[in-house]
Design a protein around this ligand. Structure first.
Ligand code: GAR
Length: 212
């Protein structure tokens, strides 16, 4: 059975979705860069070992990432899952976990990398928005895309209502991706694209606002 380690920084609702999804893998540990991350309690309630590597106690990114990787490697995970882990990782860290480091981001990448994705989408007046699960590469919020969920942006949306709609989809697609990974269904092509083995595809369109 494959082994995963989950990294969080805060609330941990995506982590919780993973813990509750009965995934075909062993969740070896949840690690946070903040001791006050609420998700740590949730993980403990699920009987998952938790650890903290406090970024504030390290003089620079290299030192923090080295300590983090040392701790992660004691668990020998097949995949390292970034579930709301809000730190920029060094190229050395990313290279160490190449092909094994997965992130969820609350936008349809490559649009809206970085922070405040929902507010920026509203500001631009886009009619669809969503989330992306992808392999991590040294470029922030880039990397081969595994899955995207698209939601409509509604006329009266606020940042809060839009983020809620996107988060609901995050909680659906993230466990699915980890399941695919643990079942060896995700293939990375030489062009750096993701192909899923044994998957039927559907080709319907989301039109927002809908047609009459
Ligand atoms: C999620 O929306 C996740 O996509 C986002 O942080 C939130 C964490 O919520 N991640 C990023 O912005 C990474 N660039 P959670 O702690 O409740 O899962």
């Amino acid at each position: 059975m494959k082994k995963i380690v989950i990294l969080i920084s805060g609330r941990g609702s995506n982590m919780q979705a993973l813990l509750e999804a009965k995934l075909p893998c062993h969740i070896a540990a949840v690690i946070s860069n903040r001791a006050d991350a609420k998700g740590l309690e949730t993980a403990q309630q699920h009987g998952i070992p938790t650890e903290v590597v406090a970024h504030a106690q390290h003089p620079n990114r290299e030192s923090f990432d080295t300590a983090l990787a040392q701790l992660i490697d004691t668990y020998q995970p097949d995949f390292v899952i970034l579930a709301g882990f809000m730190r920029i990782l060094t190229p050395a860290f990313v290279a160490h976990y190449q092909g094994r480091l997965i992130n969820i981001h609350p936008s349809l990448l490559p649009s809206y990398g970085g922070l405040h994705t929902h507010a920026r989408a509203l500001q631009d007046g886009v009619k669809v928005h969503g989330c992306t699960v992808h392999f991590v590469t040294p470029d922030l919020d880039h990397g081969p895309i595994i899955v995207q969920a698209v939601v409509p942006v509604l006329q009266d949306d606020t940042e809060q209502s839009l983020s809620k709609r996107v988060l609901r989809e995050e909680h659906r697609v993230f466990p699915q991706v980890v399941r695919w990974l643990c079942q060896d269904q995700v293939e990375l092509t030489s062009e750096g694209h993701v192909r899923l083995r044994r998957r039927k595809q559907s080709g319907f369109a989301l039109i927002s606002p809908g047609l009459e």
